[in-house]
Write a protein that binds this ligand. Structure first.
Ligand SMILES: Nc1ncnc2c1ncn2[C@@H]1O[C@H](COP(=O)(O)OP(=O)(O)OP(=O)(O)O)[C@@H](O)[C@H]1O
Ligand SMILES: [Mg+2]
Length: 263
């Protein structure tokens, strides 16, 4: 089981859209995928057509020691399941502070989920304890970066946080990819930002880029991932390409992880 963490403390860069769309694209490639909505905003939950108001989601798992298996709900796409978030998560960041082994709550909870090939964690736009829980449980971080001015702002802090978690809490953790989102090919600024991010992170930036398209903005209101809502759209193809690229990166990485485990 591979745990992917979709994180960037900058708001509105396409984390939730990427978590849902990538998850669905990985399912289309034959895997079983679990999305964990760790964000109190619960956008991944509503975007997958699940009511935010239902109880027994990620809050109970993190703060009431409820089994993760009991929090899982199916989505409109067979093979794609969800651990929903909801309003009680509003206080989770603070309630976690005095908890024993607070950084490892999610990692411990995920131990019992053997039926999934990939788990994708959708993080809130912050670097607090919820995001730390995701990083402590993760194998690879996927960082969506919006093709806008200030795109690189905050990235250094995010990468430093990831490095600190790797040193102190989770040596398996790696930055797997930077994904450029909301690309507008007619916009010069958008293209300049792409060049700039690529120059800074030549190895991390994926070949697949996500176009800015209204279809992606519409899909959540139908409670469906883009691969169901508009399977032949450019956006659906872009996320399918991204899934293929990330899975092959993970495959290429495996021998390193194995030799690390033996040493
Ligand atoms: N490629 C895209 N084209 C057009 N709209 C997009 C695209 N990606 C995301 N959006 C829209 O932009 C908004 C922000 O996207 P999203 O919710 O995925 O970002 P986020 O990083 O998860 O935000 P937050 O930090 O609040 O969690 C949403 O309304 C979403 O529908
Ligand atoms: Mg989000």
């Amino acid at each position: 089981m591979t745990v992917l963490v979709v994180s960037n403390q900058k708001g509105g860069v396409g984390k939730t859209t990427t978590a849902i769309s990538l998850g669905a694209a990985i399912v289309e490639r034959g895997q079983r995928v679990l999305i964990v909505d760790l964000d109190p905003q619960a956008n991944a939950t509503s975007g997958l057509g699940i009511s935010k108001e239902r109880a027994n989601g990620i809050y109970g798992v993190l703060l009431r020691e409820r089994p993760l298996a009991e929090a899982i709900v199916p989505t409109a796409l067979a093979g794609l399941d969800l651990v929903p978030s909801g309003p009680e998560m509003a206080g989770a960041e603070v309630e976690l502070v005095p908890v024993m082994a607070r950084e490892y709550r999610l990692r411990q909870a995920l131990r019992g989920t053997a039926h999934y090939d990939t788990v994708i964690i959708d993080c809130p736009p912050s670097l607090g304890l919820l995001t730390i829980n995701a990083l402590a449980a993760g194998d690879g971080v996927v960082v969506p970066v919006q093709c806008e001015y200030y795109a690189l702002e905050g990235l250094a802090q995010l990468l430093a946080t990831i490095e600190a978690v790797r040193e102190r809490l989770n040596e398996r953790l790696e930055v797997l990819a930077i994904v450029l989102t909301m690309e507008d090919r007619r916009n010069r600024l958008s293209m300049q930002v792409i060049d700039e991010v690529r120059k800074h992170f030549p190895k991390l930036v994926t070949r697949a880029r996500i176009p800015r398209t209204v279809r992606l903005a519409e899909a959540p209101s139908h409670g469906k991932p883009i691969s169901l809502y508009d399977p032949h759209s450019r956006a659906a193809r872009a996320y399918a390409d991204l899934a293929r690229e990330l899975l092959s990166r993970l495959k290429a990485r495996e021998p390193i992880a194995l030799s690390g485990a033996i040493a």
